[in-house]
Ligand binder design. Structure first.
Ligand SMILES: [Fe+2]
Length: 299
């Protein structure tokens, strides 16, 4: 992001900057007392020719922590079946305990199967996932494990880069960004929001992350108590500038130890609608020096 855009964003998303600190629209599947799942929608500006990205809608899903098929899981699937988007991005934590990953994968299969009939689903792994999950049969998700893909979505091109963060040693940023320099809008799927601080020379227009669960417990007036990652508490959920990039941190769908509940922090799905803005000064290109083979997904 340019210095100008970063400054505007840090000053509260001024009028010159089309991002908003709060979503423009929020709706949910409500029970009588509280929402099971909230669906948020954010507009997001990226520095590129508007014709190259305008209108692209990414549904961000994270931290499902599938243990059983319950009302929240059903509501999340219903929500994803009833709203519009062009692409689903999943930022890890499909399960919780490594020893029960096959059961979690079976639930993931049931969850994502009907969604895969509507659109392509791209995924990255989180710290609760086992690497084997990425090659589980019949799981209709294309995993990006330290790699990138160019997606042609509704006439728009976007590069999606995914990281393997199942264990600390598995992440390889250099490999993930090892493609030839180009000017495509770039979206990074990284389970940990704090990855944004380590991007260094790698250009990212939008990072999608989870892990925090929005704090999972949010006190009125105080918000998140513990983000569970090296980011400020007030960035544990929502669209923020982190490091030198903009990042959307999902509150996720499931819960994980040590507290298997949420308070004042419902499960959520987010739809990010991308808009291009002219880059000034001209955007930096990716610094990769060698070009590797990459696949292209057409939707
Ligand atoms: Fe998680």
């Amino acid at each position: 992001m340019s210095t100008e855009l970063l400054a505007a964003a840090r000053q509260g998303w001024s009028r010159a900057f089309t991002h908003r600190a709060e979503p423009v629209e929020v709706w949910g599947k409500f029970s009588l007392a509280k929402p099971l799942v909230i669906v948020r929608q954010f507009p997001v500006s990226v520095q590129c020719d508007p014709a190259r990205v305008d209108g692209l809608r990414i549904a961000h899903v994270s931290d499902m922590h599938f243990r059983r098929w319950n009302r929240v899981v059903q509501a999340a699937q219903d929500a994803l079946l009833s709203i519009d988007y062009d692409l689903i991005a999943v930022t890890g934590d499909f399960g919780t305990l490594h020893r029960s990953w096959e059961k979690s994968t079976a639930i993931a299969r049931r969850f994502f199967e009907p969604l895969a009939k509507r659109t392509t689903i791209l995924g990255a792994l989180g710290n609760h996932d086992v690497p084997d999950l990425a090659s589980a049969p019949d799981l209709p998700i294309t995993f990006l494990l330290n790699e990138s893909k160019v997606c042609h979505v509704g006439g728009v091109d976007v590069r999606i880069v995914g990281l393997d963060q199942s264990i600390p040693e598995s992440e390889d940023l250099a490999l993930a960004f090892d493609y030839g320099a180009d000017d495509l809008p770039t979206v990074l799927l990284a389970h940990y929001p704090s990855t944004a601080y380590r991007l260094d020379r790698h250009r990212v227009d939008l990072q999608l992350s989870g892990h925090t669960h929005g704090g999972q417990i949010r006190l009125p007036g105080l918000g998140c108590i513990w983000p569970n990652d090296a980011i400020p508490r007030d960035k544990a959920r929502g669209l923020h500038v982190i490091g030198d990039t903009q990042a959307h941190v999902s509150a996720g769908i499931g819960v994980s130890p040590p507290i298997f509940c949420r308070y004042n922090c419902p499960a959520e799905i987010t739809v990010l609608s991308l808009t291009g803005v002219a880059a000034d000064p001209p955007r930096k290109t990716s610094v990769s020096t060698k070009k590797t083979k990459e696949s292209v997904i057409s939707i």
